[in-house]
Design a protein around this ligand. Structure first.
Ligand SMILES: Nc1ncnc2c1ncn2[C@@H]1O[C@H](COP(=O)(O)OP(=O)(O)OP(=O)(O)O)[C@@H](O)[C@H]1O
Length: 970
């Protein structure tokens, strides 16, 4: 139907109703009203616009009432094409002017920010030694001997976060023009680097603001951008991806460190770095919060939440159809450098000392690089540190670098302040050189002109942009479609990823097709094989289909558990820091609360946080006073947990294994199964490990696949090595099923056949109970915990992770239980008979047990009648069930007398594990039977000669031969 016809028919309809109204004048007023209502709503606003009202408006305006619409439309199209050209030119001009302006300012600019004094400093009547004006810092070193340092900009103690960002924004704009940019915060520990970069909830810093600005400018622009977000930290000289789950315990396998690679064009790429496409600010911010959880921070003498690493955020910008951009793909690095510190002063030792040294070394390497760059030396020592290697292509001439130097106003920090300022001034003075004052004035004037030009161009751009929008609207009215001429040059598609959480979907930055990514951004087949990681979504694949596998890597076979009494936990563990953007509601007792967040995808919410007072003790005048007064709402972690859950879901959908996607389970344990105990399709030691014919369709298929993969990986590794866990074979849990506040565990309501049991804070331990199936498929190799039986209904509905063993391999097989009340806990529960009084504890080993065996016991106390069967009373009289457990590690505490056979192998107290650190508190005997070699035991160094019984028992039972029986004497 043509447009005219449409218009006519609509008019006819209206006339018809009018005539109907006339005819039915004798009808009720209600009827009339309702018909009027119908009439009013007859043409939808859109069609009404299109066909009736708008057309007549347009006709009036343009005097084209009689003109054929087919003539108007091409005219508008021509106009739009012209305007599009115009805006493109304006973009080019803007980029040139901005670039020129920034060049004049200097490719490496140095700002200085002075931290306000905090409460305690004020109480001590400490005299601030730093004074500032807008571009100078004065140090009151001694009477009459003040020192002055000049910077591109100085932010005094009361400067707000907004003021800081206003100076940073041009660099961000420049990044959208295709320049690599690097903004980093440098300074002594505790001077506010993290505050500047990250900020707080109420006073967001450069990172959130930059992300916001990037998306805002991207929306304003007529280009189509793809943003990907990555986060890594350089800890002790190693690159760690902050989106890859970190080990929770020192004994857990660590993800492989990342390596830096250079592409043919000199571009730097961090191999295997997870890059997550983001389409709006909220997504990026959530990812940022998520990444922050895995940062290594710790309490030091100088800062309660000192960053013990360099935290680096990379935002990669790809824009394929904008020839005016400097390059198709560029990146912005936002770096919160670790704080420089004087070891003598911080009195750091142990791990803190190592961390401090690593930070200092890399900072000095950074200084050398910048120095060499500024001096235009032929050799730039990029290779001296990981930090400079990573930033290599973002520090050079063709990039914009901004260094924000932070100093403390305190007198006692004077030495550090002098060092910091010296470092910064060296960078800057080299850059500016000894400038002629006249030259300098000319430069100022030129910069002023450029700034004015930029404003004019920006105005013009906005005007043209408005015109384009108006014409587009008209065209839409005429044609009934939405031909966006702003984007007509773009052949790109909408992004395929969708986190489904954005409030601003309509506004989302348009993403470029993934095939347009430069080759070096995509992982090579080799790297994929090596790492098992797909970093970015290949075109045509949904995020959820993307696989990520953990590369097997070598790890020492023995496990050494630090003895609390002998080692310094404070030094040995760095905490996973909750971003201060994340709500803080829990008290953290320094490193005793060390948390090794296990797995992003497990959605465990572990806030290592400080009370408000401890976290934000600063008070100053003016704006900084506000900063000090910032109130952290006492919302529980739930809100943020939910956020993190959402992000984790996003991550999951990127990382999840497709095959395992139906499994609603997730990780596999750290230690590979020894070949002889493999379950898949094998029978072993009298226990048939069946693989059901419908296993393919089983929700456990994913785990079975994982198991197979592990077998594969085992084949390729020598017996002396231990395969790294594939801990992030991730399966998205149902969002929201986890009540992070609940003390108890909860089931997943959305699952019918499976129940996911999770713990309060994590899904560390996870079981799948297939209630309906008679063909019971136990998940092979699930990490396990303690299943507690509900005392009321006898059902298993609580699972407590076994900290001492939860990363170990447990593989079990059982025939159908009615309620599946089986326990495989070494520590027992209040409802079973094992480990009562928390004094008993065993670690399971390879054992085949028959629950009907009345002698069966895992209890170690001799003759203890309470030490009933492994299955407790609940299994009495039931059908014989086989439970096979594989567990290759045991922790024992020998009760005082190693030589006493009766006392051997007993007393692993539940307190033997500190839940957060995952380390064992003072077991007198601590040993590990190697996963790959159950006959090999490694004893902790504190055990000179292990008790004979220990060895015998372990050897006997780990051999897996002979009659199935408990591995420990009953
Ligand atoms: N400008 C500021 N206004 C208000 N508070 C500030 C400011 N700068 C720093 N602080 C506060 O000072 C404390 C230390 O700051 P922050 O953790 O950012 O230091 P840092 O330089 O990152 O330390 P480290 O290198 O050890 O990680 C924090 O409590 C922070 O909130």
């Amino acid at each position: 139907m043509t447009l005219m016809e449409k218009k006519k028919s609509a008019q006819n309809l209206a006339e018809t109703i009018h005539s109907l109204l006339g005819l039915k004048s004798n009808l009720t007023s209600n009827w009339i009203r309702s018909v009027c209502g119908i009439m009013r709503s007859l043409p939808s606003p859109r069609s009404s616009n299109r066909i009736g009202l708008k057309i007549s408006d347009t006709e009036k305006e343009n005097n084209t009432s009689d003109m054929d619409l087919s003539m108007v439309i091409p005219k508008i199209k021509d106009e739009l094409a012209e305007l599009s050209d115009c805006i493109r030119q304006l973009n080019v001009q803007r980029r040139q002017v901005l670039n020129e302006y920034l060049d004049m300012k200097g490719n490496i600019r140095v700002f200085c920010r002075v931290r306000p004094m905090n409460v305690t400093e004020n109480i001590g009547c400490a005299r601030p030694v730093v004074a500032t004006d807008s571009s100078n810092v004065f140090l009151k070193v001694a009477r009459g001997n003040n020192k002055s340092y000049s910077f591109d900009k100085v932010f005094h103690p009361s400067s707000s976060q907004g003021e800081v960002f206003s100076e940073v924004e041009p660099v961000i704009k420049s990044a959208l023009d295709g320049y690599n940019a690097c903004i980093f915060a440098y300074g002594q520990t505790g001077t506010g680097k993290t505050f500047t970069m990250e900020g707080t909830r109420d006073f967001p810093g450069i990172v959130p603001r930059s992300i916001e600005a990037l998306f805002e400018h991207a929306l304003e622009s007529n280009c189509t951008y793809l943003f990907t977000f990555s986060m890594l930290e350089i800890y002790l000289g190693n690159l760690k991806d902050l989106f890859v789950p970190q080990p929770k315990k020192p004994t857990d396998p660590r993800p492989p460190c990342l390596s830096v690679q250079m592409d043919a064009r000199g571009g730097i790429e961090v191999e295997n770095l997870v890059a997550i496409p983001v389409s709006d600010y909220n997504q990026a911010l959530r990812l940022y919060k998520l990444g922050c959880r895995f940062r290594s921070t710790a309490s030091t003498n100088s800062n309660l939440t000192s960053s013990r690493s360099h935290c680096m955020i990379r935002i990669k910008i790809t824009c394929s159809n904008a020839p005016e951009r400097r390059r198709e793909s560029n990146k912005v690095w936002l770096v919160d450098l670790g704080g420089s510190e004087r070891v003598l002063k911080t009195k750091a030792w142990g791990k803190r000392l190592e961390e401090g040294k690593a930070i200092n070394l890399s900072l000095s390497a950074l200084g050398d690089v910048i120095n060499a760059l500024q001096r235009k030396k032929p050799h730039i020592p990029f290779r001296n540190s990981k930090l400079t290697q990573v930033l290599k292509d973002s520090l050079g001439e063709d990039s914009k670098t901004l260094m924000l130097v932070h100093v403390s106003p305190k007198e006692e920090d004077l030495c550090e302040t002098i060092c910091t300022l010296g470092f910064a001034a060296r960078v800057r003075s080299i850059h500016l050189g000894t400038e002629d004052p006249i030259e300098s004035a000319c430069k100022e004037a030129a910069m002023q002109t450029l700034q004015e030009t930029m404003v004019k161009i920006e105005d013009e751009r906005q005007r043209v942009s408005r015109e384009i929008k108006e014409l587009n609207r008209k065209l839409e009215n005429l044609m009934g479609t939405s031909p966006s001429y702003e984007n007509d040059h773009s052949t790109t598609e909408e992004p395929e990823f969708d986190f489904g959480t954005s409030k601003h979907k309509a506004k989302d930055a348009r993403a470029a097709p993934l095939s347009k990514l430069p080759r070096f951004m995509r992982p090579t087949i080799c790297s994929q094989r090596k790492s098992g990681t797909e970093h970015q979504i290949s075109e045509g694949k949904h995020l959820g289909q993307t696989k990520r596998r953990r590369a097997p890597s070598h790890r020492a076979g023995s496990v050494n558990f630090p003895m609390k009494s002998h080692s310094d936990y404070r030094s040995d563990c760095s905490i996973s820091r909750a971003s201060c953007l994340i709500d803080l509601d829990t008290m953290c007792n320094a490193d005793t609360e060390t948390e090794y967040s296990q797995d992003t995808n497990e959605c465990d919410v572990k806030m290592v946080v400080l009370s408000e007072e401890r976290r934000f003790p600063i008070t100053t005048d003016g704006k900084a006073q506000l900063d000090h007064n910032m109130v952290l709402p006492s919302i529980g972690s739930k809100f943020y947990s939910t956020e993190i859950l959402e992000v984790a879901d996003g991550l999951n959908s990127q990382n999840a294994v497709n095959a395992a996607g139906s499994c609603k389970s997730k990780r596999v344990p750290a230690v590979p199964l020894p070949p002889k105990f493999r379950c898949i399709g094998q029978s072993n030691a009298g226990v048939s490990c069946t693989e059901s014919s419908d296993a393919e369709n089983s929700p456990l298929k994913g785990l079975i696949d994982i198991c197979k993969n592990r077998e594969e990986s085992q084949k390729s590794y020598s017996s002396s090595s231990t395969s790294e866990a594939e801990i992030d074979k991730l399966i998205t849990p149902s969002t929201g099923f986890m009540d992070t506040h609940s003390e108890s565990c909860c089931r997943t309501p959305s699952l019918t056949n499976e129940s996911m049991i999770c713990t309060q804070h994590s899904i560390d331990a996870l079981m799948i109970l297939d209630h309906d199936s008679t063909n019971y498929h136990c998940p092979h190799n699930v990490a396990c915990g303690r299943l507690d039986q509900n005392s009321n209904n006898g059902r298993v509905d609580q699972l407590t992770p076994m900290d001492g063993v939860k990363s170990e391999t447990h593989s079990f097989e059982a025939s159908p239980y009615e309620h599946r009340e089986y326990f495989f806990s070494p520590f027992g529960s209040p409802h079973d008979s094992i480990g009562q009084e928390k004094e008993l504890g065993v670690s399971t080993s390879n054992c085949n047990v028959e629950p009907d065996n009345s002698n069966l016991s895992l209890g170690l106390t001799r003759g203890d009648p309470k030490s009933a069967s492994l299955f407790g009373k609940s299994t009495a009289g039931r059908q014989r069930d086989m439970l096979r457990m594989k567990h290759q590690r045991a922790l024992f505490k020998d009760n005082a007398n190693h030589n006493n056979a009766d006392m051997g192998l007993k007393r692993v107290s539940a307190e033997g594990n500190t839940q957060n650190t995952g380390t064992v508190v003072c077991p007198e005997i601590c040993f590990t039977s190697h996963a790959r070699n159950p006959f090999s035991l490694t004893f902790d160094r504190h055990v000179a000669s292990p008790p004979k019984e220990v060895l015998e028992s372990i050897f006997y039972h780990s051999s897996g031969t002979g009659t199935p029986r408990p591995w420990i004497r009953g």
